[in-house]
Design a protein around this ligand. Structure first.
Ligand SMILES: [Mg+2]
Length: 222
């Protein structure tokens, strides 16, 4: 009766330049010009891809039609960079052993991410992280209006309730979405937030990285 819903970016992996380049290329294809730096002040960590596209399009003076087209083009451009993603993307420390350890302990593992389903699948497969992840018992940025709406969707798809479930993420948004559904939350300081910043939010557990995550999660099970 134990389930982990993993965040991707900053928690299990870092997609890096190929993902940034895919966004720029998608924008160029839709707008006919590169993005300006006007959207540069927006923090994207922990946000849903449709929210990010909306913010960028508004900052760039693009309409809803362009926003929709950007969301169609984004997975296409990332898929076109799959080889680079496999080379330049990073699986964060202790991610593989934690996934394998939880699987060996009989835990069910899905994903709750702001990535579109297609971009999430490209990242997971390019970096070879799919072996222990159930990408159907998961929820993505195109499944709901907010991150908070995604956890109940993933729980439902996994056939589980909140008891015995954890969200593992790297931002306050991960904690908020877990709290909204009564799911426990482990935060790791491998994204844009420091250990102290995350600890101040008082999640159920906080770690510098995924070393020790297996012990925290399996130690919590009845
Ligand atoms: Mg993240």
């Amino acid at each position: 009766m134990t389930l982990v819903l993993w965040d991707l970016d900053g928690t299990l992996l870092r997609a890096g330049a190929p993902a940034r380049d895919a966004f720029t290329a998608a924008f160029l294809a839709v707008a006919g010009r590169p993005p300006t730096r006007r959207a540069g002040g927006i923090s994207f960590a922990g946000r849903l891809d449709p929210w990010i596209a909306g913010q960028v399009c508004r900052a760039e003076g693009l309409d809803a039609e362009a926003e929709a087209a950007l969301l169609v083009q984004l997975p296409v451009e990332l898929a076109a960079r799959r080889d680079r993603l496999a080379q330049e993307g990073v699986v964060l420390p202790h991610a593989r052993e934690t996934l394998a350890g939880l699987a060996a302990a009989g835990w069910h593992q899905g994903v709750v991410t702001g990535n579109l389903r297609a971009t999430a699948h490209t990242k997971v497969s390019a970096l070879g992280l799919g072996e222990h992840l159930d990408l159907e018992a998961s929820a993505y940025g195109d499944d709901g209006p907010t991150r908070g709406a995604l956890v109940p969707i993933a729980l439902s798809r996994a056939g589980r309730d909140a008891a015995g479930a954890w969200v593992v993420g790297d931002t306050p948004h991960d904690l908020a979405c877990a709290r909204a559904s009564g799911v426990r939350c482990l935060l790791v300081a491998t994204g844009g937030h420091s250990h102290d910043e995350l600890a101040a939010l008082e999640p159920d557990a906080v770690l510098p990285d995924l070393q020790g995550a297996l012990a925290v999660l399996t130690g919590s099970s009845p």
